[in-house]
Design a protein around this ligand. Structure first.
Ligand code: PLP
Length: 443
């Protein structure tokens, strides 16, 4: 209550803006994920590793636009590329040379030969699933229980942190996430637990026996919406083998991990190449963008015209010039080395605090991303996340951070994202506030 009162006092202008916004902007926000209690924080500008809200509060940004701004805010190289492009026109509905450059670079980084663009991560996963359905002639989609893949109906199933119990692990229910999703669509999506290749294979076999073999398995190689949950050794290799054996298209949803945890995303980091990857977020350097990469075989259904992978703004020249500048000039090998250094520092700083104050939890990082998970045991899947997590503590940590100039993603689902413009000073500020929290909690 004290932290909430403090936030009210600090963010009065956001409160006023919220009142004004609520007249004609539904719920006062542009996306339901922007809603917060008591009100959303309205941001006025960002530069490098910092953002300023409409109250003038200056904050170190670890939210980074839900993990999109690994380049940092207003990066001069991206700004210059956009400024050069703008006077030459920003939209033609025709391909440009930057589309070609970006596809070449993504093919090199991810080891998948054929690419297409979208405007968001949701469009990328929607199109990838359609491609998998076209290739296999099947309707059923398999996903991981608790994983988020965007807001289209097929994947708005068995996600989020809504469910008290996971139920029978071998036979998890398909549950709609929010209203307005047809039950017939929900029923076509089947969820299995993360880090359990045996459960996946047994479910596939039961579905096959019913004549409902999945077209694809769509998954994050490392789950990024339960904090960060890494794959256990051998898990991804087993999934690769099972999907290959059953002729199921394996899609790594790299909307969060792609370009964020390594130059070639989770695909490079874990050394397992799927049939398709989906990307968005970091790709556009702060402009809307998305991409789908696939093998020759998978993408043949796009190339032969049987699947319409379309969109008026696909490959928008401003987004693509920002993506090109990002890939060419910002997300370099040196940048990933810098991110690795910073992440090691923040993880060890936080872990040291956890140990010294004997908090129930652990710090974990990969590439530019990481978190402190407040849990008494290691989280390996949705079930262990749900059972062991202290939700109140995670929410308090968010408020506490905000009140002390650390802008974090809200709630316990998200993680920090570092940018190439973060410095040791930013990391030390984060760890110092975390220590203050630990000290308050253990008083
Ligand atoms: N896939 C994953 C793993 C995501 O985390 C998200 C968004 O957070 C999406 C897909 C959807 O991306 P977008 O919000 O750009 O539609």
């Amino acid at each position: 209550a004290r932290e909430a009162a403090r936030l009210d006092a600090r963010t009065g202008a956001s409160g006023e803006m919220y009142k004004r916004a609520s007249a004609h902007l539904a719920g006062g926000v542009a996306s339901s994920y922007q809603l917060r209690d008591p009100w959303p924080i309205y941001i006025s500008r960002g530069s490098g590793p910092k953002v300023w809200d409409v109250d003038g509060n200056e904050m170190w940004d670890f939210h980074n636009g839900f993990g999109s701004m690994v380049q940092g805010h207003a990066h001069p190289a991206i700004g210059a590329a956009i400024a050069e492009r703008y006077p030459m026109g920003t939209h033609f509905g025709c391909p440009t040379e930057d589309d070609v450059f970006v596809a070449d670079e993504l093919a090199r980084r991810f080891g998948l030969p054929k690419w297409r663009y979208t405007n968001s991560g949701s469009e990328a996963t929607m199109d990838a699933i359609r491609i998998a359905r076209a290739l296999t002639g099947r309707d059923t989609v398999m996903k991981i229980f608790g994983s988020y893949h965007g807001h289209h109906d097929t994947v708005m199933v068995s996600i989020g942190v809504e469910y008290d119990k996971i139920g029978d692990r071998e036979n998890l229910a398909s549950l709609a996430y929010g209203a307005g999703i047809p039950q017939s669509v929900v029923d076509m999506t089947v969820a299995v637990p993360f880090n359990d290749a045996g459960a996946m294979e047994r479910r596939i076999e039961r579905l096959a026996a019913e004549g409902r073999k999945p077209a694809c398995v769509i998954m994050e190689a490392a789950m990024m919406n339960l904090g960060v949950v890494l794959p256990e050794p051998g898990y991804l290799e087993a999934v690769r083998e099972i999907t290959r054996k059953h002729g199921i298209v394996l899609i790594f949803d790299e909307v969060k991990t792609g370009l964020a945890i390594a130059a070639g995303g989770a695909t490079e980091k874990f050394g397992v190449t799927p049939d398709m990857v989906t990307m968005a977020k970091v790709l556009g350097g702060g402009l809307p963008s998305g991409a789908i990469g696939g093998t020759e075989e998978v993408m043949s259904v796009v190339e032969d015209g049987s699947v319409y992978q379309v969109g008026t703004y696909n490959g928008n020249p401003l987004s693509m010039v920002a993506a090109r500048a990002s890939l060419e000039q910002v997300l370099t090998p040196e940048a990933y080395a810098h991110l690795g250094h910073l992440n090691d520092r923040i993880v060890s700083g936080c872990q040291d605090v956890v140990d010294r104050y004997e908090l129930p939890g652990y710090a974990l990082g990969i590439g530019s991303k990481g978190c402190v998970t407040f849990s008494t045991t290691k989280v390996v899947d949705y079930e262990s996340f749900k059972e062991n997590q202290d939700a109140d503590l995670a929410n308090l940590a968010w408020l506490f951070n905000l009140n002390r100039g650390i802008f974090m993603t809200p709630g316990r689902e998200e993680e920090w994202t570092l940018s190439v413009t973060h410095t040791d000073e930013a990391i030390d500020a984060y760890v110092a506030v975390f220590e203050e929290l630990a000290s308050e909690l253990t008083k």
